[in-house]
Structures are given as structure tokens and as C-alpha cells.
Write a protein that binds this ligand. Structure first.
Ligand code: DQA
Length: 147
């Protein structure tokens, strides 16, 4: 079973982008850790980042063909992309919404997620561990039947 870790706009700049909010680690370093944990659990792992809405939607469409689930940090698209929300509904595989920062304790506009209602759940505020918790949550949703 394959799990896709999908990252949206500006997350390629992790490590240099507002490290006080998002931490000092690069996306590659976070992905390496998630990859190791996912493989340990018996999953095949795939990783993709795009700064464009269309890039994320295209990758989600592909995922419906060969992935059992998705861990998604949609970045700012979280807050206003109905196109991404529709794509999540369309693909029918479980998608877990994750955020490094606690979006509920920041700007007002970050408190609203238009994708949350079509995701199986949301995790925010635990830095890179949000992805790890997303992996455990997805494993639970998938019944842990990855062997
Ligand atoms: C983010 C939170 C979003 O509000 C923001 O636009 C991001 C990152 C997070 O991981 O905390 O780009 O998704």
C-alpha cells in the first residue's frame, strides 16, 4: 500500500521560511523522517510538493489510481481553495489534513479550512510531528492492513 505525502505552496522553503513559526528543518529532512517511519510500518511512501493549485490537484488525481491515502499540508490553499476541496472529494481515498503551526492561534483567516470537511481529520500545531501523527492516523483509518 502506498501513502502520498503532499505539500503545497511555500513549503519548499521550510528551514528558511519564518523558522520561528515553521521550525528550522527543511522539507527534505522532514520527508526523510516520514519516509523511514512509513516504511517501518510497511508502507510504500511517495512525496510531492507544488507551489501551484493545479499541480496539487493533478497529483491528487494520480494518487487515486495507486495510493491508499494522502497526508496533505495544503499551505495557504487550505483556507480558500474550493478546487482543492473538490479534488479531495473526487478522489475518494482518505486524506488527512496536517499543518506544522497551530493555525487556530494565528491570523483570523487561518482559522477557516475549506478542505477540513472533506478530509478524514485534521492535525495542527505539532511541527514535523503533525506529519507523523497524520501517518499514524491514516494507518488507523486504513486498518493497519499494510502488510
Ligand atoms: C501551514 C499553515 C498555513 O496557514 C500557511 O499558509 C502555510 C503553512 C502550516 O503548515 O502551518 O503555508 O499549512
Amino acid at each position: 500500500m502506498k501513502i502520498l505525502v503532499l505539500n503545497g505552496p511555500n513549503l519548499n522553503l521550510l528551514g528558511e521560511r519564518e523558522p520561528n513559526i515553521y521550525g528550522g528543518e527543511t522539507l527534505k529532512s522532514i520527508n526523510d523522517e516520514i519516509n523511514a517511519a512509513g516504511r517501518e510500518m510497511g508502507y510504500e511512501m511517495a512525496f510531492f510538493q507544488s507551489n501551484s493549485e493545479g499541480g496539487l490537484i493533478d497529483r491528487l488525481h494520480e494518487a487515486r489510481l495507486d495510493c491508499a491515502g494522502v497526508i496533505l499540508n495544503a499551505g495557504a490553499y487550505t483556507h480558500y481553495s474550493y478546487a482543492l476541496r473538490d479534488a479531495i472529494s473526487a478522489v475518494k481515498i482518505p486524506v488527512v489534513e496536517v499543518h506544522l503551526s497551530n493555525v487556530n492561534s494565528r491570523d483570523e483567516f487561518r482559522k477557516n479550512s475549506v478542505i477540513a470537511p472533506v478530509c478524514v481529520g485534521s492535525i495542527a500545531g505539532f511541527g514535523k510531528y503533525s506529519y507523523m501523527l497524520g501517518l499514524y492516523a491514516l494507518d488507523n483509518k486504513l486498518g493497519g492492513s499494510n502488510e
